[in-house]
Write a protein that binds this ligand. Structure first.
Ligand code: NAD
Length: 410
């Protein structure tokens, strides 16, 4: 054990107005994860520590503390998600997490979903940017630099549904047809789309505050309000209400046209909105016009993967699930069990999630070292097997060697 584990670190706390207070030696939790989780964590930690050392020369340092979840937890405590782990996540607030296998067997809920719900991690955040050297289907993938804020708790995605011809769906259809004026076929399956002002607004508020802080030019509400007026349409309405609340830093697209003749005043974020189908073509045809996207759960699911594919980075896309009291940064791929222990897979998703974590702590300089060394490493055609097979003349390296190469290129 190194001195890192001996608890000289300090707890990250919440200050006034929920603002994070980050000590110079914060304790950050990690969940290694199942399958390839141990491989990618072993490659990731030295990269993050090196980036912090490079940026702050010893003035700042992360104290990593392991908490157990998944198979590793089950082995010692017969629980996949021990109460101690949840208590630690609540106390220490910031964590980096590898992939967790969803054990197959009746009625077992995904640990990832459970974590999101129990800790109310209501925003799923996916930054999408292009790293030079990654094979992409786009002609100019470098024009893509967006961050998606996807609502994480409600919408059709909450999974409230009943199968076709079940007593439940028939009971609901009877009610809808007889009391609500609907004409639904009795044999239909039924799903419910709940969306609240509270959950929509807190998600949009987080996206707008992020854009203000990061000086992004615009936030786009992605919705299908022309068809689903009272859910997705309300999302749009609530979005502009949040913009009015934050009027020091935000103007609406309508105000931009009427009050500013279409020229964005310095320091203001523009809030606009686009119908979901239109936005899919816009991010293909005019990607440089979009910066931050705030969207309900289901749209967010689709656009996250579509955009990740546009930069060629589906396998290395980073992500985070964030609430008001806790933030978990995670590899977005699964545990790829067939490669477990082979030191083979690409650790970039976890490493880039770690870079997001550094930015969340306010340690942007350290994150920059990672954002710069990744394209340098790929430019030297050093890559794990997944990218090496797509890069002509590439030198294939192991998972841990790729981590070391990133450090060497800082
Ligand atoms: P997976 O992402 O684990 O693997 C699918 C394939 O993607 C792999 O066979 C491999 O070819 C490739 N791949 C995945 N990670 C890679 C990496 N780091 N580098 C290079 N290639 C990589 O998806 P799956 O097989 O559908 O799921 C396996 C398990 O993971 C399941 O139990 C699933 O529930 C779980 N899962 C967890 C998360 C999470 O923790 N967030 C996400 C998705 C799936």
């Amino acid at each position: 054990m190194t001195h890192h584990e001996h608890g000289q670190g300090e707890v990250v706390t919440a200050g006034p107005a929920g603002k994070l207070v980050v000590p110079d030696r914060p304790i950050v939790l990690f969940i290694e994860g199942d399958g390839t989780g141990a491989d990618i964590w072993r490659a990731t930690r030295p990269v993050l520590d090196a980036a912090v050392a490079k940026a702050y020369g010893g003035a700042k340092q992360i104290f990593w503390q392991e908490v157990l979840a998944g198979e590793k937890a089950f082995k010692t405590s017969r629980s996949y998600l021990p109460v101690e782990t949840l208590a630690a996540l609540r106390e220490y607030r910031v964590a980096l997490k590898g992939p967790l296998t969803t054990p197959i067997g009746g009625g077992f809920r995904s640990l990832n979903v459970t974590l999101r719900q129990v800790l109310d991690l209501y925003a799923c955040i996916r930054p999408v940017r292009y790293y030079a050297g990654v094979p992409s289907p786009m002609k100019e993938p470098e024009k893509i630099d967006m961050v998606i804020f996807r609502e994480n708790t409600e919408d059709l995605y909450a999974g409230i549904e009943w199968s076709a011809n079940s007593p439940e769906s028939q009971r609901l259809i009877n009610f809808l047809n007889h009391e609500m004026g609907c004409t639904i076929e009795m044999s239909a399956a039924i799903g419910i789309k709940p969306m609240t002002e509270r959950c929509s607004k807190r998600l949009i508020r987080m996206a707008l505050k992020y854009a203000i802080k990061q000086q992004r030019p615009a936030v786009t509400l992605m919705h299908k309000g022309n068809i689903m007026k009272y859910t997705e349409g309300a999302f749009q309405t609530w979005g502009y209400e949040v913009a009015a609340e934050l009027s020091d830093g935000v103007i609406s697209e309508a105000e931009l046209m009427t009050a500013y003749h279409g020229k964005r005043p310095a320091g203001k974020v523009v809030l606009n909105d686009r119908l979901a189908d239109n936005l899919f073509q816009q991010v293909l045809l005019r990607p440089s016009e979009y910066h931050v996207i705030a969207t309900p759960n289901l749209n967010g699911d689709y656009i996250s993967d579509a955009l990740a594919a546009q930069v060629g980075g589906l396998g290395m896309a980073p992500g985070a699930n964030i609430g008001d009291n806790c933030a978990i940064f995670e590899a977005t791929h699964g545990s790829a069990p067939k490669y477990a222990g082979l030191d083979k897979v690409n650790p970039s998703s976890l490493i880039l999630s770690g870079a997001m974590l550094l930015e969340y702590l306010g340690w942007d300089d350290a994150a920059q070292h990672i954002h710069q060394s990744l394209p340098r490493t790929l430019k030297d055609r050093i890559a794990t097997y997944d990218l090496a097979r797509l890069l002509p003349g590439a030198k294939e390296v192991s998972c841990s060697e790729f981590g070391q190469a990133l450090i060497d290129h800082m």
